[in-house]
Ligand binder design. Structure first.
Ligand SMILES: Cc1cc2nc3c(=O)[nH]c(=O)nc-3n(C[C@H](O)[C@H](O)[C@H](O)COP(=O)(O)OP(=O)(O)OC[C@H]3O[C@@H](n4cnc5c(N)ncnc54)[C@H](O)[C@@H]3O)c2cc1C
Length: 374
């Protein structure tokens, strides 16, 4: 039997609880609705924060690094354990969100890593892939030639076939993330943030391109190739935009050998690192060179060719991502340096950044700005 005194005490607590104001949710502004910012905003919102997402031109716009049709998703990363694990986590999240949003963003047609002379990268990846439980097959050169007769395998010694690798539809995925974010109660505004230079303590507000001011408790800047121009002193050329060209080749009429029906994504890690995505959605056969191009202006740089596309990498000096607090504003986070491989990791990066921002945790050493000071 409940004692009267204890009953009264309990009811008083319940009544008080009912009257107590709910703890105020922090207001977090995320600048940049690309692969990094969009997913970060979504996960922050899901954790219960009030989130405003800003973008100058929109998610996956034609200037953004996340724009364009497709991006490769693969887990082979040579000796870089962190990205294999991140890619595996990201794949789980991509699949989960496809189901949640009832739309296809991931095409699991496999990724074929062709090994010619130098096999260091692929050899060092094998134990890491096994450890991360990534499904893959090791194929001999003749295996590859039999399985994919449309590929010239003269110089191919062996290959890794990542069964669950494939490609993601890039700008569509960015749009889907925005829609998901809005559906879960996020706010999006298409405005640019003016450059700022925090001087110490905390950042309190931003000036926007319409002349207004936006205040918030915390800020995340995921501005891709623009991160350096927004924070010239802290980032500067630690995120360098490099010009990258992508070509779409027409295939012979009616020929399905170079479309996703019969061909996987491929990466040829020979003297230069070339990769491609077979024809999909009636677009051509995509070929790109991973070699870093010259420095490029992401806002005004010339992108003229038709059915070839000029994009830019946001290259960090060591090709590791940058995920850290602004050194002069403890409540402002800088996220970028995707370095030509960031897109696939979007959901895993977003999940990680949302956790760091909400819990005020120190990020992993390899993502911090301090590494450049050494
Ligand atoms: C040609 C090419 C091929 C690639 N291939 C692959 C691949 O196969 N697989 C893979 O995983 N990755 C790949 N990448 C890399 C990947 O696409 C990028 O690392 C990733 O998309 C970067 O995302 P982000 O959110 O950091 O930047 P972005 O997508 O550039 O997003 C930044 C956003 O910030 C906004 N912004 C900037 N400044 C401001 C401001 N002041 N105010 C408001 N908004 C602002 C921009 O409008 C933009 O939308 C490739 C990149 C390129 C260019």
């Amino acid at each position: 039997m409940i004692q009267r005194r204890s009953f009264l005490k309990t009811s008083a607590i319940v009544a008080l609880g009912g009257l107590m104001p709910k703890p105020k949710q922090p207001h977090i502004v995320v600048v940049g609705a690309g692969a990094f910012g969009g997913w970060t905003a979504l996960f922050l919102r899901r954790q219960g924060a009030r989130v405003t997402l800003l973008d100058a031109w929109g998610p996956g716009n034609s200037r953004a690094s996340s724009g364009g049709e497709t991006r490769v998703i693969r887990a082979t990363y040579g000796p870089r354990v962190v990205y294999t694990r991140m890619a595996a986590r990201a794949l789980t999240l991509w699949k989960e969100h496809e189901r949640r949003w009832h739309r296809q963003l991931y095409h699991g047609i496999g990724v074929l890593w062709l090994v010619e002379s130098d096999e260091q990268y692929e050899k060092s990846a094998l134990p890491i892939l096994r450890d991360a439980k990534v499904r893959f097959e090791e194929l001999t050169g003749p295996d590859v030639a039999r399985r994919f007769p449309q590929i010239n395998c003269e110089r191919v010694r062996w290959a890794i076939f990542e069964n669950d690798g494939g490609y993601l539809t890039a700008r569509r995925a960015c749009a889907a993330v925005l829609e998901g974010f809005l559906a879960e109660g996020g706010e999006y505004r298409q405005l640019a943030v003016q450059p700022l230079a925090p001087r110490g303590g905390e950042l309190s507000d931003l000036t926007l391109s319409d002349g207004s001011t936006l205040t918030a408790d915390r800020f995340v800047f995921a501005c891709g190739p623009w991160l350096g121009s927004l924070f010239p002193d802290v980032i500067g050329d630690r995120v360098r935009a490099t010009r990258q060209e992508v070509f779409y080749f027409g295939t012979p009429p009616g020929d399905r050998r170079f479309t996703e029906d019969t061909m996987p994504v491929w990466a040829d890690h020979g003297t230069t690192f070339m990769y491609g995505i077979p024809g999909n959605e009636w677009r051509g056969f995509k070929v790109a060179d991973d070699t870093r191009g010259p420095v490029f202006d992401p806002t005004g740089g010339e992108r003229a060719p038709i059915e070839a596309r000029v994009c830019q990498y946001e290259e960090s000096p060591d090709e590791h991502f940058i995920i850290d607090r602004h050194p002069a504003a403890a409540n402002a986070w800088l996220v970028g340096g995707g370095s030509g491989h960031g897109f696939k990791h979007g959901p895993a990066v977003g999940e990680l950044v949302a956790r760091l921002v909400q819990t005020d945790t120190v990020p992993d050493e390899q993502f911090r700005l301090a590494r450049f000071a050494r």
